[in-house]
Design a binder for this molecule. Structure first.
Ligand code: MF3
Ligand code: CO
Ligand code: CO
Length: 301
């Protein structure tokens, strides 16, 4: 997910990793620089790609590989497995399929203050909201874990994540994981040409808050496919009828991060790992979606 630029303080380091202050870097700008790759741009002032049939077919294939890799994780994950094991398995299998893991070295050349992402997947356990870095810690009974996989196949990006429950967890933990999955599905139901981004955010926020949970503000879903993080940002909260209008052949992620406690987060010293400020549990599910005449096609299902 891309840090949500409407909530980043002006003086904090820019989300792009340049090392510059946000206000001197991407504030008021969007992150797309290769509009030349877009054969059929609309909303060109906002740089939202409307994908061509050829691009959609490419993203579809990449999305299917991402799904296959998550299925492999689902088959092998369990108590005693380390997040480095998951990283190694996905890395090897991605290359075996002729693809590249997008997170590996992501952020390189965008400034020196933060290291490029050092692994091939993100693994975010328990109170980690997103961008957790795989390590040698074994998973234990009672853990919950988000595994987020993005692969680049023939230049096209597919991005998805799932939650995994290790052994037995308390009822309220199970509920957090399930409600977050429902939030993603409710967001997807809003995807329809002429609907607006605020409709997606509102559906997610309402369901999360009705269940006593909070929606993370500092990270958002994003356009995806030709680049890792394209415009627009997809906020997981908002007002119905507000925001950018959805058009056929837009491709973006919805990836709600829902906390059991407050939505505030902080970034650890590694420059990547986002954790809940109050130490409460956090869950996330993600799909890559294509807007079609008849609603969403889930490219990573
Ligand atoms: N896959 C994440 C997303 O959903 C982004 C990970 S960026 C990384 O957008 F550098 F941390 F890998
Ligand atoms: Co994403
Ligand atoms: Co992702």
């Amino acid at each position: 997910m891309k840090p949500a630029t409407n909530s980043l303080p002006r003086n904090s380091p820019c989300w792009c990793g340049s090392g510059k202050k946000f206000k001197k870097c991407h504030l008021g700008k969007d992150p797309i620089h290769s509009l030349s790759m877009n054969e059929k741009p609309i909303f060109s002032e906002k740089r939202i790609y409307i994908k061509t049939e050829e691009q959609i077919e490419g993203i579809r294939k990449s999305g299917q590989l991402t799904k296959k890799l998550l299925d492999m994780v689902e088959d092998r994950i369990g108590e005693g497995v380390t997040t480095n094991d998951l990283d190694n398995w996905v890395h090897t299998e991605t290359l075996a399929n002729g693809a590249i893991p997008a997170p590996l070295n992501y952020g390189h050349g965008q400034g020196k203050r933060r290291m490029p992402f050092p692994k091939s997947i993100c693994t975010s356990p328990n109170d980690v909201i997103c961008h957790g870095i795989p390590n040698n810690q074994a998973l234990r009974n009672g853990d919950i874990l988000n595994v987020d996989i993005t692969c680049i196949l023939d230049g096209y990006y597919g991005d998805a994540s799932r939650m995994f429950i290790i052994g037995d967890v308390p009822e309220d933990t199970k509920k957090l994981v399930e409600v977050t999955h429902e939030c993603l599905k409710l967001g997807i139901k809003q995807v329809f040409p002429s609907k607006r981004l605020g409709d997606i955010g509102h559906a997610i926020q309402k369901h999360a808050e009705n269940n006593g949970f909070s929606v993370v503000r500092d990270f958002a879903g994003h356009g995806v496919g030709i680049e890792f993080h394209e415009a627009p940002q997809i906020l997981h909260f908002g007002q119905p009828g507000k925001g950018e209008m959805l058009r056929e052949n837009m491709v973006f992620t919805i990836e709600p991060m829902i906390n059991m406690g407050s939505y505030e987060c902080r970034i650890l010293g590694d420059g990547w790992t986002a954790v809940t400020a109050d130490g409460s549990l956090s869950a996330q599910w993600e799909h890559t979606l294509l807007v079609t005449k008849s609603g969403a096609e889930i490219l990573t299902a």
